[in-house]
Design a protein around this ligand. Structure first.
Ligand code: FAD
Length: 475
């Protein structure tokens, strides 16, 4: 045995690296084991989120939005450019630089917090020991009073559309096409499919999204999903619902798809690239020795209680590897909570108050319950909504599309859910999160002074609309 720590974290994604930093801040001797290999063949901290998820996708979304504005929207402002072009190596290269900046930033934070970093695959052994296998096969065993499992998730592969990294790709592949695919097929109209489909659509791909579910964005509030579907259709994103892929054959440089559509029967489609984005599964391959006592459920997720404890003394699990939404910020907050619990402080994450964001155009965000959930639960509610089309700032930005909807309890007026589709709602949602965390009412939001002209006035007016007193629309 070479080293003993207070805390060992396996996995340096947003759940694990945040847990490690907080543990170190609290004076605990902390180590992190992570196996992620960056494009340069060296260790790259930050997990899926920083390397091949949240950050690179947002970089490409932003660049593609600039190009789309130049080719479609700037003329409205009187700005024109002759023959605008996009250079794909520069486009993806900018993203790579941003990734490197942030993964390098985590390494610097580890150093500043005196966290010991091991590069290799970690396996939990009985008695809170961790076997670390380096890329060269060398093994060492370290031990700690507490081990936090933060091994994250990986894309689900379809048996009849296996990733080949060139024609049929996962999220990582779709971040790095060397040219704009003329025809891009996407399987799955979830967050990743919609975001990466939008990126390449804006650069000129013909994008067809095939979704097995009959309803578009079933997790979102119906009004929001309907508005978003209308806008995506206007943008030319072809979303086929109730359609199940059955075959994907690579023929030369094309992928030939067969899918069954509830409406049209068996259909075929030929694309140049296929992104399979049908969801992610908790990743625990090789993570647990047989005798650790840590359990996994039927979906392969590590079983934990509400405090992220596995039931095995000193073993915790957080992030995508456990129940709850697969979102970076959810994992990070669990990391903080667990570090604080280990240090003897109170730590807690309210899973009911985790905001969701989809970074399409328009953006989509929500927190709390949808109308459908409340109906199913028999909770009496009232709603108020307000369109961005009636907001001066949104119209001045040429982004007067979408709405904010506030749902409050019919009797107590406590806010139960806030749903948004429109410009920059990834930021606006946090006003709702704060109000709801403080158990606020729609009246509370309605009485807060909002700056004018600001997009957040739409949140204000939606809250006023709950009581039928929005000022800038007829109630
Ligand atoms: C394209 C895309 C876009 C996304 N966009 C967003 C977004 O905008 N907002 C958002 O909130 N979420 C987003 N997500 C989801 C987000 O990336 C995940 O929820 C988040 O990364 C989960 O964090 P984690 O720390 O649990 O796991 P991960 O980030 O998956 O990190 C786990 C780490 O553990 C390592 N590891 C696993 N097993 C071992 C082992 N045995 N030994 C050593 N190391 C191991 C892995 O190599 C990895 O580095 C996106 C995901 C994708 C794919």
């Amino acid at each position: 045995m070479s080293d003993t720590f207070d805390v060992i974290v396996i996995g340096a994604g947003p759940a694990g690296y945040v847990a490690a930093i907080r543990a170190a801040q609290l004076g605990l001797k902390t180590a992190v084991v992570d196996a992620f290999v960056g494009k340069d063949g060296k260790q790259a901290l930050g997990g899926t989120c920083l390397n091949i998820g949240c950050i690179p996708s947002k970089a490409l979304l932003d660049s593609s939005k600039q190009f789309h504005n130049l080719t479609h929207n700037f003329a409205l402002h009187g700005i024109t450019a002759d023959n605008p072009k996009i250079d794909i190596p520069t486009f993806t290269g900018r993203k790579d630089k941003i990734v490197k900046q942030f993964t390098g930033g985590v390494a610097l934070l580890f150093k500043a917090n005196k966290i010991t970093s091991f590069f290799g695959k970690g396996k939990l052994l009985k008695g809170n020991q961790v076997e670390v296998t380096g890329n060269d096969g060398t093994k060492q065993t370290i031990a700690a009073t507490n081990v936090i499992l933060a091994s994250g998730s990986v894309p689900i592969e379809l048996p009849f559309a296996k990733f080949d990294g060139k024609h049929i790709v996962d999220n990582a592949g779709a971040l790095d096409f060397s040219e704009v695919p003329k025809r891009l097929g996407v399987i799955g109209a979830g967050v990743i499919g919609l975001e990466l489909g939008s990126v390449w659509k804006r650069l000129g791909s013909e994008v067809t999204i095939i979704e097995a579910l009959p309803e578009f964005l079933a997790a979102a509030d119906t009004d929001i999903a309907k508005t978003a579907a209308r806008e995506f259709a206007k943008q030319g994103l072809d979303i086929k619902l109730n359609a199940k892929l059955s075959k994907a054959e690579i023929k030369g440089d094309e992928v030939h798809l067969t899918y069954n559509s509830e409406k049209d029967g068996e259909q075929s489609l030929v694309v140049d690239k296929l992104l399979v984005a049908v969801g992610r599964r908790a990743y625990t391959d090789g993570l647990l020795a047989d005798d650790t006592g840590v359990k996994v459920d039927e979906r392969g997720r590590i079983v934990v209680d509400e405090h992220c404890h596995t039931g095995v003394d000193g073993v915790w699990a957080i992030g995508d590897a456990v129940r709850g939404p697969m979102l970076a910020h959810k994992g990070s907050e669990e990391g903080v909570a667990v570090a604080e619990l280990i240090a003897g402080k109170p730590g807690h994450v309210n899973l009911d108050m985790v905001p969701w964001v989809i970074y399409t155009e328009p953006e989509i965000s929500w927190v709390g319950k949808t109308e459908k959930q409340l109906k199913d639960e028999g909770v009496p509610y009232k709603t108020g909504s307000f369109p961005f089309a009636a907001n001066g700032r949104a119209v001045a930005m040429n982004e007067g599309v979408g709405m904010v909807k506030v749902i409050a309890h019919a009797e107590t007026d406590r806010i139960l859910g806030v749903h948004m589709v429109g410009p920059v709602v990834s930021e606006l949602i946090h006003e709702a999160v704060v109000a709801m965390e403080f158990k606020g009412s729609s009246e509370d939001l309605a009485r807060i002074v909002h700056a004018h002209p600001a997009l957040s006035e739409v949140v204000h007016e939606a809250a006023l609309a709950v009581d039928k007193r929005a000022i800038h629309k007829s109630n």
